[in-house]
Write a protein that binds this ligand. Sequence first.
Ligand SMILES: O=P(O)(O)OC[C@@H](O)[C@@H](O)c1c[nH]c2ccccc12
Length: 253
Amino acid sequence: MAIEFKKKPGIVAYLTAGDPDLAATREIALAAIDNGADVIELGVPFSDPLADGPVIQRASERAVARGTRLVDVLALAKELRAARPSAGLVLFSYLNPVVRMGMRTFTERAAEAGADGVLLTDMIVEEAGEYLEAMHANKLAPVFLAAPTSPDARLKAIAEVSQGFVYAISRVGITGTQQKVASDAPELVARLRKFTKLPIAVGFGISTPEHVRAVGEFADAAVIGSALVALIEKTGADGAAAAVGKFIREVRG
Ligand SMILES: O=P(O)(O)OC[C@@H](O)[C@@H](O)c1c[nH]c2ccccc12
C-alpha cells in the first residue's frame, strides 16, 4: 500500500471506473498492475468532465449511463486493495461527486477502501483547506495537478501540500493522446523540482514507448489515460484486460 515508482520512469495508469462495467475495470486494473503499472488512477465518472478530451468524455458517459456512482468506485477500490495490497491506488474525481457525498465522509470511505491518495481534478490549492484537513485526518496523500501556466508561487503552494507525487500536466488543455509529448513538460518539472523532493509524474498525450522514454529523461513517472481508455473502448469488455496488460508491458519497455 504505497505510491512508489519502482523503475524509472514509473507508470501511472488512469482508468474510468465502470467503463465498460465495474467487473471489467477490476480485471483491467489488475492486468495493468501485474504488467508494470505502479499506480492506478481510478477515475470516478462524472457527467461534466470538462478537463477531458473526447475519449475520456465518452468513457465517462458510458460509465455514468451504466449507473456507476462514487460508492461503486469506492467498493471497487476496496476490491483492488484486497487483491493487490502493495499497488499504488489514487482515487481520481471531479469535485462535484465528492462534495455531494461530503468531504469528510468521502475521505473516511476512501481511507477505509485502502486508497493511498486522492486527486481532485478541479480542486485548487488556494481553496483546499477543508479538503487537506480531511485528507490528513485519514492519512491520504493529496495529489495536485501543476500546469505549465502555473506561476512559481502556485507551484510552491502545490509542493507544500502535496504527498505521494506531484502531477505535472505537460500542456494546458484537455486530456488526449498527441503525436509527441508537449515541450512545456521539462521546464515545468524543472521548476517544480525547486520546491519539492516528491516524485513528479507527467501526463497528457502519452501513448507510446518513445513518449514514456522521453518523459523518463526528466520526470519520475508517466501518466497514461486516453490511450488506455481508447484501447478499452476498441476491444470491449472481453479483450480489454489482456490488451491493456500488453500495452503497459510495451510502453514500459
Ligand atoms: O488522457 P491522457 O492524455 O493520457 O492524460 C492522462 C489523463 O487522462 C488522466 O490523468 C486524467 C483523466 N482525467 C483528467 C482530468 C484532468 C487531468 C488529468 C486527467
